[in-house]
Design a protein around this ligand. Structure first.
Ligand SMILES: [Zn+2]
Length: 323
């Protein structure tokens, strides 16, 4: 536990509790690492360096839950993020102590440079091979890290038709700083749309919104008396929740997971599997619609032309190239 000034003060030590970095607010954990203008400047710049486009900071609870969600997987980028976030906490605390104990201070721009250099040094001894994409080239360039770029074979994929007598529900969730949504589309073995729904909701986490897409899809299927189905989601986290059943369900997703389990029992057969994002375009489109009402069912014939085009292309077996 960090001995911030508020804690020292509440344990009986009589000190000035003003934040050492900005000299405006009370110095506690939340302030020091999240709401202090000094730390926010560094955090915002680190986010941009890591390739995130959001310049806005979230409130404490959402920021805290946002971070671990970004740390999944064992890719080089995940490693880079972890190192950057750890270095952020280390250097903010070091700067605070430098000011308290040595009466010296560094500008936030300088501390930002120190964090970036720190991360670069930690990674400099590694041989890094990474797919040759614009994004990864930009990322490595920004951090000044050497890498060997490899060309990956593209994957060709198509929207998967269900077997005869079974329907396919494609679902998706969307999340931005200020809004969130989900969508579901049910298609038969010909690739024709049977039912469609889209909803908007309070932003929580992408996993929750992906699950809301599944809940909407299952509810829709029940309403249309459909009994045998496959569910395709591009969220590996959601697939792993289904595979592991009750283990490893994120705290915020527990209640919706309970509702989905109860819904699932009402079908004769239900399979959930992972599909590539490229083949989930219709659900992706619906998740981003975010209509005014909480959840709306659309009549397939009244779709926007964009959705009709996607459904038509998928039905004809359009090949998507995934690199
Ligand atoms: Zn401050």
């Amino acid at each position: 536990m960090l001995k911030t000034k508020d804690k020292l003060n509440s344990s009986g030590i009589d000190i000035d509790i003003t934040c050492t970095l900005c000299r405006i607010s009370v110095e506690d954990d939340r302030h020091l690492f999240f709401s202090c203008a000094y730390s926010q400047f560094i955090w915002r710049n680190l986010l941009a360096h890591l390739g995130y486009s959001r310049g806005m900071l979230l409130d404490w609870d959402r920021e805290i839950s946002w971070r671990p969600a970004q740390f999944t997987g064992d890719s080089f980028k995940t490693c880079l993020k972890k190192l950057a976030f750890n270095a952020f906490f280390y250097h903010i605390w070091a700067e605070r102590n430098r000011r308290v104990f040595n009466s010296k201070s560094l500008a936030s721009e300088l501390v930002l440079r120190m964090i970036i250099t720190d991360v670069r040094m930690k990674l400099s001894a590694q041989v890094i091979k990474t797919p040759d994409t614009d994004r990864s080239r930009q990322l490595f360039h920004k951090w000044g890290i050497q890498a060997t770029f490899t060309l990956e074979c593209p994957i060709f994929c198509t929207w998967k038709k269900p077997h005869e007598g079974t329907v396919m529900i494609n679902t998706d969730g969307s999340l931005s700083d200020t809004s969130a949504g989900y969508g579901a589309i049910i298609k038969d073995s010909n690739g024709d749309a049977i039912a469609v729904a889209a909803g908007s909701t309070t932003p929580i986490s992408i996993t929750v919104h992906e699950l809301q897409g599944i809940e909407a899809g299952l509810t829709l299927a029940l309403r249309h008396n459909l009994n045998q189905m496959c569910v395709g989601t591009d969220s590996k986290v959601v697939v792993s929740i289904f595979e592991r059943n009750d283990n490893n369900v994120p705290q915020r997703a527990i209640s919706i997971w309970g509702r989905i389990k109860r819904l699932s029992q009402r079908f004769a057969s239900l399979q959930v599997f992972h599909i590539y994002r490229e083949t989930n375009r219709a659900a992706d489109f619906l998740a981003k619609l975010q209509p005014q009402a909480e959840c709306i069912e659309f009549v397939p014939s009244s779709f926007a032309q964009d959705v009709k085009d996607i459904v038509f292309e998928d039905k004809r077996g359009k090949v998507y190239i995934r690199v």
